[in-house]
Design a protein around this ligand. Structure first.
Ligand code: ADP
Length: 225
């Protein structure tokens, strides 16, 4: 079954100089897909992730998540859909500074109100990103790399079927970059789908399909064996 379908989506920003980062974009994402999106800075890669993640409205086209037409959902229904289906790893840290590492993950877990707290799930996510001994730290007490790893844990919490990650290897040394990508690859092998924005060609090679977003268009569809 399709996890996500973008049909002829166009997104414009009219604020300041008018730009059209997404122009007639169509894309289907299925369970087990690992999709990498490359492209120059400012091309619209983050915009594309926000659109797929139902966090940003678009001007033309249709978006389906799990077969549901997003335009037909209320804001509350979209929030529920997001919390049940989608894991985000944003480019900028988005933690609640007054909550500890553990509490931030618990908050993510219960966002949308449809899931109860699963302490084992939180412990497992912390262990996967090597932050077990930092669970009572506040975000400002973490290094850049540790914050990035916490962001990866946030994306994985609740076992989302669609994981959207924006430059996940930023701030990470080689070893942790590989480990985090391995975590995503593992989710893909378990049937989730990952869409990853990266400017590192090397890391894009992990993906089963790579696209380049440039001048509003998504080009290339390179299947890797
Ligand atoms: P990338 O992730 O590829 O670097 P972005 O999606 O962040 O690109 O941005 C694409 C273009 O859209 C850029 O020119 C950026 O300045 C513009 N843009 C992004 N967000 C907004 C916004 N909220 N309002 C106006 N323009 C925006």
């Amino acid at each position: 079954m399709e996890l996500c379908r973008l049909d002829h989506i166009t997104k414009r920003y009219e604020q300041g100089e008018s730009v059209t980062p997404l122009q007639d974009i169509s894309l289907v994402i299925e369970p087990g897909d690992f999709v990498a999106i490359e492209g120059p800075s400012g091309a619209g890669k983050s915009t594309l992730l926000y659109v797929i993640g139902t966090l940003l409205d678009f001007d033309v086209g249709e978006l389906y998540i799990g077969g549901k037409d997003i335009s037909k959902l209320s804001d509350v229904e979209k929030t529920t859909l997001r919390s049940e289906t989608i894991g985000f790893m944003f480019q900028d840290a988005s933690f609640i500074q007054a909550l500890t590492v553990y509490e931030n993950l618990r908050f993510t877990q219960t966002l949308g109100g449809t899931r109860s707290v699963d302490n084992e799930g939180i412990e497992a996510a912390l262990a996967a990103v090597g932050l077990e001994d930092r669970k009572n730290f506040f975000p400002h007490q973490l290094s850049g790399g540790q914050k990035r790893r916490l962001m990866a844990a946030v994306a994985l919490i609740g076992n989302p079927s669609l994981i959207l990650v924006d430059e996940p290897t930023n701030d990470l040394n080689e070893e942790w970059a590989e480990k985090i990508l391995e975590l995503f690859a593992q989710k893909v092998s378990e049937g989730a789908a990952v869409v990853m924005v990266t400017h590192h060609g090397k890391y894009a090679q992990r993906a089963s399909r790579t696209y380049r977003l440039e001048n509003g268009a998504l080009v290339g569809n390179e299947a890797r064996g």
